[in-house]
Design a protein around this ligand. Structure first.
Ligand code: SME
Length: 151
């Protein structure tokens, strides 16, 4: 089970107080994107409540044009409003979806809570169809809990 080893490495990255939270989140994205073959793009978006938009703060994988996403738009924007995990086995089946790359077949977005408030999310894109399980959900929830501790 690769997640147990990754948990240990995520903790080590996040404990490095000499780096900014954004640097540490970027390293977490890089760790996940390089360690899990079906994690092709990994990013953290954070909410601007006044503007009702999400802003990309850290990522690993191909750069995306979608660095700002309005609440309600795409999978990410829907999670900003629902406060719930959104697992998309096949992005072609989604009408409210923002395509970042023609290669993406599946996506998982898990909200990040700080003091009970949905302040952002982790977003993972995959080039493989239907790759995400409940284990990915539990792992990404755990990652977000650990990230919330340094914010
Ligand atoms: N596909 C996302 C947009 C972000 S990219 O995956 C990086 C969505 O529909 O919200």
């Amino acid at each position: 089970m690769p997640f147990d080893n990754l948990r240990h490495r995520v903790k080590t990255i996040l404990a490095n107080n000499s780096e900014s939270p954004q640097q540490r989140m970027t390293e977490v994205c890089e760790l996940l994107q390089t360690s899990l073959g079906y994690y092709d793009w990994v990013g953290f978006y954070f909410a601007n409540e006044a503007d009702r938009t999400l802003h990309l703060e850290a990522f690993a994988g191909e750069p995306t044009d979608h660095t700002v996403i309005p609440f309600g738009k795409g999978i990410c924007g829907q999670v900003a409003l629902s406060n719930k995990n959104f697992v998309v086995a096949d992005v072609k089946a989604q009408s409210n979806y923002i395509a970042c790359s023609i290669y993406v077949k599946a996506e998982i977005v898990v909200p990040l809570f700080k003091d009970g408030k949905n302040i952002g999310q982790i977003d993972v894109d995959s080039h493989i169809e239907d790759p995400f399980s409940i284990e990915d959900e539990r792992f990404l929830e755990w990652v977000n809990e650990r990230v919330a501790e340094i914010l």
